[in-house]
Every structure is written in C-alpha cells, then in structure tokens.
Design a binder for this molecule. Structure first.
Ligand SMILES: O=C(O)[C@H](O)[C@@H](O)[C@H](O)[C@H](O)COP(=O)(O)O
Length: 232
C-alpha cells in the first residue's frame, strides 16, 4: 500500500485529527477483538497529540499501550519517553489503560531486553496502530543509520532489540523492524518543512534511499495502511 499524506495548517489541527484517527483504530480493535494495542513514539513531537488522544471516548481499560522505542534512562529522567507518555497521555480516563514500560533496572538495554520481550507478550499482536516519529537523519524508532546493531534490529524475529546509537546520548531499546512492519496501521507523525523534505527524499525511487534512511526501510516493509500526518 502506498504512503498517504495528510497535511494540516497547524500542529494543533494535526494533533486533533490524529487523535480521532487513533481513537477510531482503537475502538474498531476493541469492537472486533475485545482489546486494542497501540505503540507510540517518543521525542518531542507527540506530546500535544497525547493530550488530545487522552480526551477521546475510548474504553481505556481495554487498551494496551507501549513505546516504539525508549532511551535507557530512569522513567523520571528528563529524556525518558515514558515520562512524556505518563505526563501527557496516561492522565484522566486514559490512566486506566495498561502501559507496558520498555525499560527495567538493568544497567543496559542489552541486559534488560529479555525482560522487556517477556513483558510485551501482553501487547496484542499484531499491534493495532503504531505511530512513528522521524529524526533529522532519517532514523525512526531507534533504528539509526550506521548504528552497529541496525542490521540485527531490522532482521530480528524478536519483538525488541537493544541499540547503541552512533550519536545519541543514551543506549536505546526499540521495537524491531519486523514487529513495526506487522502493525495493522502505521502512522508517521512529523512536523516542520525540514522533515517533510527529508521524508519526501527518503521515499524517492533511488535504491540508495533504502540504505541511507531507516524510515524508508521500515515503510517499505509495512504491509498494511501507512499514513503521514504533517504540519509545518
Ligand atoms: O526516542 C526518540 O527520540 C524517538 O522515538 C525518535 O525516533 C523520535 O521519534 C525522533 O527522533 C523524532 O523526535 P522529535 O519528535 O523530538 O523530533
């Protein structure tokens, strides 16, 4: 399926519409299978959308939430993606959702990966809806260009992989490419002209784009519907 672009006049309008789209996915999954699974991305972009999502009419007690990737830091660390999710999404009615934390007290994600893998057995498979961010280098999740474990994380049959990004300050744990690609619906959530231009470049026909940009490598493997929600 081709990548469908949805452009919005403001981040606020994007957040409001994406929240409705995600709520529709979750409610459809609950109606069909009795529960729903969502994997959200970290970074700075999603905070406003998390607030809008938390206001949607969803039976949160039937929703299982996790992160697409995480920095291997304590959950009260300023760089923790879980901290962002707990402060912006898991408040109000959405606090009734089941959140699967992708970090443990292990010293490194390499040591902690097996425990996180076991925890994620509680996540509906395939994931019903998965939101991807994208970095300025074309990374998505924690699939970074030139990372020493990139190939392993793109080929692994496990749910998660530990990654040492070449330039980011923290070791990471990430859903593997096959796990991401199996999601029933994938949404790329990006803002700014630079990221729009980068994603358009990544999605060109040039074969080099696949090697250079993990976002392209991931989207090429996504079997289901894939959308981009973008605002300037
Ligand atoms: O832990 C992370 O950083 C993310 O999961 C990462 O993949 C993020 O989505 C992009 O780097 C975009 O981050 P921003 O939204 O902060 O630009």
């Amino acid at each position: 399926m081709s990548l469908q672009w949805h452009e919005f006049a403001s981040k606020e309008q994007l957040d409001a519409q994406l929240a409705v789209t995600l709520a529709n996915d979750l409610n459809a999954a609950i109606a069909a299978r009795g529960k729903a699974g969502i994997a959200v991305s970290g970074g700075r972009t999603p905070a406003g959308m998390f607030k809008a999502l938390g206001e949607q009419a969803i039976d949160w007690s039937k929703v299982v939430i996790t992160l697409v990737d995480e920095r291997w830091v304590p959950v009260d660390h300023a760089d923790s993606n879980e901290r962002t999710v707990r402060q912006n999404l898991l408040v109000g009615p959405a606090a009734a959702a089941t959140f699967i934390s992708p970090v443990s007290s292990a010293a490194t994600p390499h040591e902690g990966a097996a425990e996180i893998e076991a925890r994620l057995a509680a996540l509906p498979a395939p994931i019903d809806v998965l939101i991807l961010g994208m970095g300025d280098d074309g990374h998505t999740a924690s699939l970074f260009p030139n990372a020493e474990e990139l190939e392993a994380a793109c080929a692994s049959t496990a749910l998660v992989a530990a990654v040492t990004p070449p330039a980011a300050p923290h070791k990471r744990i990430t859903l593997t490419l096959p796990t991401i690609a199996k999601a029933r619906h994938v949404v790329v959530h990006i803002t700014g002209d630079g990221k729009k231009s980068l994603l358009e470049t990544a999605m060109t026909e040039q074969k080099t784009a696949v090697e250079q940009y993990p976002i392209r490598r991931v989207l090429d493997q996504v079997a289901g519907p894939k959308d981009v929600f973008w605002a300037a």
